[in-house]
Design a protein around this ligand. Structure first.
Ligand code: ACO
Length: 371
């Protein structure tokens, strides 16, 4: 029997700095009433110069490991879903792996825009189901504020920074992630894009002058697409899990716009009291929005062990997807794991590896070691 993939840890981190709609109205032609009524957003967290996708992702990961009572070096796999990585390469996942001291884990980034967390959850689940990994860390980490044109009121009011993480562990007991669907339609790629900085438009004075390094969006088209696919993906994932919509206790959707969520829930005939919405305080944190909403739902008691929950998202690509899981919480056990206590050891080990690499380079000079 293949093992089940249980979600045993969760954590979130957001920057300290909060930017309200009134703060935004001082830099762009907008107002609190417009943003609230069109999106449901009241404020968002914005990263400081010291914060980045990796620092936020690391903080969320530590919390998730703590909940799961798992040591970083017990991880086999780290997937970071992000549209605002630290660099094109190395992967943000490797930076987090190094800071955690997860020295037995494979680590990579996954780019499926705001659907990235659902995709990453599915890949980690399948790795556990086939026995390729026993313990996996799935992170959604974003600092999209760095890619927003703060002069464009159509986009800058929407996004916020933050990170969320799940630990998934293999278990013999039936449950965990029951089903997932992943979908895409590249014909809609131009509706939501960040054209600059890749191989097609590498950074040049021209590309920067043209603002190619900012998010571009056709809001109305994305809105229409989102309401359609959120309902469809939810239905497909629920059917795949051999359940009915009535069997679902809670829906935790990607937090992009309250009106999108309300329309999708209406189409699914799911009352809003069975749906988590926390847009007011975070805005759209892209891949981080679902795990952040999960942490809040666990914190305020809305998501309880035994609940059947749907995670559903959409984003650039176009991509969309959903997953159904039985929420079971941390595995039983008394083991107290304090991942923070590994930090000093981890930093020393990382430093030692860097020094060793320098020494090797000094000894070998321009030669390759003989085989
Ligand atoms: N403040 C005040 N007025 C504004 C603002 C603003 N921030 N933004 C736009 N307006 C104006 C427009 O200029 C327009 O004025 P006009 O009629 O004089 O031209 C008017 O408000 C209406 O604009 P619409 O675009 O029709 O507004 P709409 O009701 O569609 O709301 C919004 C726009 C909020 C962007 C909506 O379309 C939306 O949420 N779309 C989905 C976006 C989304 O979810 N993106 C994230 C995807 S996830 C990912 O992968 C990153």
């Amino acid at each position: 029997m293949s093992p089940y993939a249980h979600i045993t840890g969760w954590g979130m981190a957001v920057p300290k700095r909060v930017m309200t709609n009134d703060d935004l109205a001082k830099i762009v032609d907008t107002n609190d009433e417009w943003v609230r009524s069109r999106t449901g957003i009241g404020e968002r967290h914005i990263a400081s110069d010291e914060e980045s996708s990796a620092t936020l992702g690391f903080d969320a990961s530590i919390k998730a490991l703590q909940v799961a009572r798992l040591k970083p070096d017990e991880l086999d796999l780290i997937i970071v879903a992000t549209s605002s990585p630290e660099h094109i390469f190395p992967a943000t996942a490797c930076i987090i792996q190094d800071r955690l001291g997860a020295n037995k884990a494979g680590a990579f980034d996954l780019l499926a825009a705001c659907t990235g967390f659902i995709y990453a959850l599915n890949i980690a689940t399948q790795s556990i189901r086939v026995g390729a990994a026993r313990n996996a860390l799935v992170v959604g980490a974003e600092t999209l504020s760095r890619f927003v044109d703060w002069k464009d009121r159509n986009t800058c009011v929407l996004f916020g920074d933050g990170a969320g993480a799940f630990v998934l562990q293999a278990g013999e007991q039936e449950g965990g992630v029951l089903s997932s669907v992943m979908r895409s339609d590249g014909s809609g790629g131009d509706l939501l894009s960040l054209p600059g900085g890749g191989s097609k438009h590498p950074a040049t004075v021209e590309s920067v002058r043209e603002g190619l390094h900012f998010i571009r969006m056709n809001g109305r088209e994305v809105f229409r697409f989102a309401t359609r696919v959120m309902a469809q993906a939810t239905q497909d994932a629920v059917e795949k899990a051999q359940l009915k919509i009535e069997d679902i206790q809670l829906v935790i959707p990607h937090q992009a716009n309250e009106r999108i969520i309300e329309t999708a829930m209406r189409n699914l005939k799911i009352p809003m009291d069975r749906c988590v919405v926390n847009l007011e305080h975070y805005g759209n944190t892209s891949t981080a929005s679902i795990p952040i909403a999960v942490c809040e739902a666990v914190g305020d008691g809305r998501l309880k062990p035994g609940h059947r929950v749907v995670f559903v998202g959409f984003g650039a690509g176009l991509t969309w997807g959903a997953a159904v899981a039985v929420w079971n919480g941390p595995t039983d056990g008394v083991r107290e794991v304090l991942p923070y206590s590994y930090r000093l050891y981890t930093r020393l080990r990382s430093l030692a590896r860097r020094i060793l690499r320098r020494i090797e380079a000094f000894i070998w000079g321009r030669r390759y070691p003989s085989v």
